[in-house]
Structures are given as structure tokens and as C-alpha cells.
Design a protein around this ligand. Structure first.
Ligand SMILES: [Zn+2]
Ligand SMILES: [Zn+2]
Length: 311
């Protein structure tokens, strides 16, 4: 699809999504809904200055985690979010930068006092991943139940596998909608929209420029979108043996900062937050480089994500 077709399709799809904003659950908290970026580096390789992809939305003191990159539990603690307050976990897709700590988050939340149910959503094989993780951790779980008098973690976790776009869940705090984005070879890969009474937040997950995402994000207050600077990818892959395959993979499965700006403009979002940054820590790719690329196409508020930033 060329750029013009992409934008035309996006505009055509847009109006129907307005309905998503109506009738959202009412807030009980005066503080309002919070969005905190927990990890903002793209890719599975651990980085010194940025964590792996994860974010948390806090509504009425209930925490909803989107993606579980390595270190997500510690980042929640660093952000001051009690692990026992987790009520939902949403996995966009099963690349390890997004799911490496899925089970670990649940296990560590339990050691931190989690005693209420947690529902989790994501593409298959989320159920198998959950069961396998519990199998792997049975020695610890069983020992702590016996020694420390804890309730069993396993019945507290309810995984739900998603295969298609549309309504995901609605509870007393928020309503969640998903769409399928374009991130080969991961099929399906999801983006999520969270409609809360006081704001709407969309998390892109990993994707090429996606007209389905434009439709999902239509009119949202905040869009957290993955972004890369294509010119820096050569430096990024310079010292790896699979450089040419890695470069091709990165460029064909992701969205440039320019394209993220175009998506945000087409969706008419209020604020665009760039995250899942590739490169994550190239000193020549300054905040100004990200903003300058994005500004060519997006005229709203722009934020370059950093770990523990509250938006
Ligand atoms: Zn990723
Ligand atoms: Zn990915």
C-alpha cells in the first residue's frame, strides 16, 4: 500500500471508531488515570539506559500492565506502583522484548502480596505460556505456600487468548479494544486501546505503519507508538554476524519516526509518545532528532519516551 492509499484508507476507517469514546466507565479517583512508561528500548537486547518495552495504566488504583519486557516488575516498583495492585496484563505479541517477564511479573507480584485475580490477554499461545511458566516455577510456588502460608498463585491468574480485533474486556475502571497490527512474522500481533472516563490511551505494540491502528487510535488522547530512525540502523547492526538479515527484519517490521508522525496525524490523536525506540541509546540520535523526524507530519503534542516518565 503506498502512502496516499494508506492515508485515504485511514481516513475512511476513522469515523466508526468515534463510538469507542462514548459511555466509558466513570472514574472513582480524583487523581485521574495515570500512564507510566516502564521501558522504552526496542528489541530484546538488554540496554544500560533503557528498559525493555512495558507500560502501565493506573485507573482507580488498579494497575493494567501492557507488555512485559525484562525487568517490568522492578520498573513498576521503581515507579511506585504496588505489584499487588495489578488487575490486568496485556501482551501485544510474543517477541521476547514484550513477553520475557510475563510469568515473572505474575510470580513476583504474588511474592509481593498479590492475592486478587489477574486477567491476562494476548495472542496464542498465552495459555500454554502461562501453564508452562507455572510448571517451571512449581518448586518455588509450592514451597512458599507451605512455608509462608500464601494462597496458591495459579488459580489467581486467568489467561485469555485473543485471535481477532474488537472488544477485549470492560470492567469497573476501563474498556479495552484491540486491533491486529502488521508485525510479521508475529500473527496475530495486537495494539490496545484503553478508554477510561477521563482519557483514552492507545499502545501500538510493534507494527509497520498500520491503517488498522490509525482506526483504533482515532481521536485518542494519547498514542504510544513504536519508532525507529532508519539512518541509525546500520550503526546498530554493525557488529553482529547476522547484520543484513537483522537490518532487513528491523526495517520491514517496524515504523520510522516519520511514519509514526503520519499515523498520529491521520488518527488525530492529542499526544504522540515515541517509545520502543530503535536505536535505544545511540548518542547521535538525540531527542531533537526524534522530534524533528516526527514533526514533519504530526502537529500535535510530541513526547520522546524515557523510562519511568508519566504521561
Ligand atoms: Zn519489540
Ligand atoms: Zn516485535
Amino acid at each position: 500500500m503506498d502512502r496516499r492509499t494508506f492515508l485515504a484508507t485511514a481516513t475512511a476507517l476513522a469515523p466508526g471508531l468515534r463510538a469507542v469514546a462514548h459511555g466509558a466507565p466513570q472514574p472513582a479517583s480524583r487523581a485521574g488515570t495515570r500512564l507510566i512508561l516502564l521501558g522504552t528500548a526496542g528489541g530484546p537486547r538488554p540496554r544500560a539506559t533503557r528498559g525493555s518495552p512495558a507500560q502501565v495504566i493506573i485507573a482507580n488504583e488498579a494497575a493494567y500492565v501492557v507488555d512485559c519486557g525484562n525487568g517490568v516488575a522492578r520498573q513498576l516498583v521503581a515507579a511506585g506502583v504496588p505489584l499487588r495492585s495489578i488487575r490486568g496484563v496485556f501482551v501485544t505479541h510474543h517477541h521476547s522484548d514484550h513477553n520475557a517477564d510475563y510469568g515473572t511479573l505474575l510470580l513476583l507480584a504474588w511474592t509481593a502480596g498479590l492475592a486478587t485475580p489477574v486477567h491476562t490477554w494476548g495472542p496464542p499461545p498465552l495459555k500454554r505460556n502461562t501453564e508452562t511458566f507455572f510448571e517451571m516455577s512449581a518448586t518455588d510456588i509450592d514451597a512458599r505456600m507451605r512455608d509462608e502460608g500464601r494462597p496458591d498463585l495459579r488459580p489467581l491468574v486467568c489467561p485469555h487468548e485473543l485471535n481477532s480485533a474488537g472488544h477485549v474486556v470492560e470492567d469497573a475502571n476501563l474498556r479495552v479494544t484491540a486491533t491486529i497490527v502488521d508485525h510479521p512474522p508475529m500473527k496475530p500481533a495486537f495494539a490496545y486501546r484503553f478508554d477510561v472516563a477521563d482519557r483514552s490511551i492507545v499502545i501500538s505494540g510493534d507494527t509497520r505503519p498500520s491503517d488498522a491502528l490509525v482506526a483504533l487510535a482515532r481521536g485518542a488522547d494519547v498514542l504510544v507508538h513504536e519508532a525507529l530512525i532508519a539512518a541509525a540502523v546500520d550503526r546498530l547492526v554493525a557488529n553482529v554476524p547476522n547484520a543484513s538479515d537483522l537490518k532487513r527484519s528491523i526495517l520491514s517490521h517496524h515504523t520510522t519516526a516519520e511514519e509514526a508522525g503520519r499515523v498520529a496525524q491521520a488518527a488525530a490523536v492529542g499526544t504522540l509518545v515515541l517509545s520502543h525506540l530503535i536505536p535505544a541509546e545511540d548518542p547521535s540520535v538525540t531527542e531533537e532528532v526524534w522530534l524533528e523526524a516526527t514533526r514533519r507530519h504530526f502537529h500535535g503534542r510530541m513526547i520522546v519516551g524515557r523510562d519511568l516518565l508519566e504521561v
